[in-house]
Design a protein around this ligand. Structure first.
Ligand code: FAD
Length: 315
């Protein structure tokens, strides 16, 4: 069976959950193998984590020469590993960085690329949700090594020990890949909540909050969820743009999406309708959001959400 390369998404060696999801997908397609590009002294711990989720092999690239630059060197490193491993497919998390790496890699390998898959099955055959969710596309790469970026929450991580054999790989980075350098980077202030793109549960508020997000925040915290917002809420200055879900905001696909005081405009749906389970709380029983929900509550969010929070907290 061919190796299926999974590019490890991590922060200082701490492997992020979407990578574990990709390993579950890789198991369906062949032999899961991870590519860790990071500090040499963090490789062993990262390898241990990915091995627990099935990685048979871990290609480790010390990023000493890479980390001061943007994404181009990572694409070159992956290209060189792909030349060595001849993988059956390469899976990358659908983040902004992941998609840029994937695009550059596809050009280098003269391979087909599929972005933002929400499912990948044997073949590999992918499923994408396009045109603001109005079409579901099933696709397959027909040239070269399939390179696929997969949205977070598209699969559940599956524990199951792999050998996790670490192979240190030294790569050569061209001057052309070093044309953009990082001059400063500052971590965003942590909200203590999961990141919107990766959260398994999201509670979102809209104009119906009237600017009072306390019930949204409290419910989110009781569920360990991230907080999102509609554009109306963002345009009103109640939440920063980083919270916006939709066509001109983030596109999310959590296990559970709770929309409170959100009408369900097409542009909002474009960002959340591939969520696995959708719950809406709206005082207008005719609100369009009720057309796509799994569970709907007609009521005032300022009453319904605190009651739900109380029940959840009491458990
Ligand atoms: P409204 O449509 O005003 O709905 C508020 C809802 O709250 C109503 O259904 C009301 O019944 C309910 N409500 C009121 N009070 C309560 C209460 N106490 N309890 C419960 N329910 C209550 N929108 C996005 O969200 N994301 C985008 O990325 C985005 N991009 C856009 C791009 C373009 C080019 C355009 C033209 C628009 C875009 N929009 C986007 C805007 C979108 O069309 C809607 O205007 C917006 O989503 C509406 O936000 P809302 O649902 O919060 O507000």
């Amino acid at each position: 069976m061919s190796e299926i390369l999974v590019l490890v998404d991590h922060v200082d060696g701490a492997v992020k959950k979407p990578t574990l999801e990709l390993l579950a997908i890789a198991k369906r397609l062949g032999t899961p193998a991870a590519v860790f590009i990071g500090a040499g002294d963090k490789a062993a711990a990262a390898a241990e984590t990915v091995a627990k989720f099935g990685a048979e092999k871990v290609y480790a690239v010390d990023d000493a020469e890479i980390k001061g630059y943007l994404v181009a060197p990572k694409a070159e490193a992956l290209q060189q590993i792909a030349a060595q491993a001849n993988p059956g497919a390469i899976l990358i998390v659908s983040s902004a960085e992941g998609k840029e790496i994937a695009g550059r890699l596809a050009v280098k390998l003269d391979s087909g690329l599929i972005t933002d898959a929400v499912d990948v099955q044997e073949g590999p055959v992918t499923t994408q949700s396009v045109f603001a969710g109005n079409f579901t596309v099933t696709a397959k790469v027909t040239q070269g090594t399939p390179i696929i970026t997969v949205k977070p929450n598209s699969a559940a991580p599956e524990e199951g020990a792999g050998a996790g054999t670490v192979e240190n790989v030294s790569v050569t980075i061209s001057d052309a890949a070093k044309k953009a350098q990082i001059v400063a980077s500052q971590p965003r202030e942590s909200t203590g909540r999961p990141e919107l793109n990766e959260a398994a549960i999201i509670v979102s508020g809209g104009r119906g909050t009237g600017g009072n997000f306390d019930p949204i925040d409290a419910l989110a915290d009781s569920l360990g969820a991230a907080v999102g917002a509609s554009r109306a809420a963002v345009d009103s200055g109640w939440k920063p743009h980083a919270f916006q879900i939709g066509q001109t905001g983030k596109v999310v696909s959590p296990q559970l999406y709770i929309a409170a005081g959100i009408s369900g405009a097409i542009q909002h749906r474009a960002g959340m309708q591939t969520s696995k389970t959708i719950v809406a709380v709206n005082k207008d029983e005719e609100a369009p959001i009720f057309e796509l929900v799994d569970f709907g509550v007609v009521g005032d969010l300022h009453t319904v959400l605190p009651a739900a929070t109380e029940q959840i907290t009491a458990r």
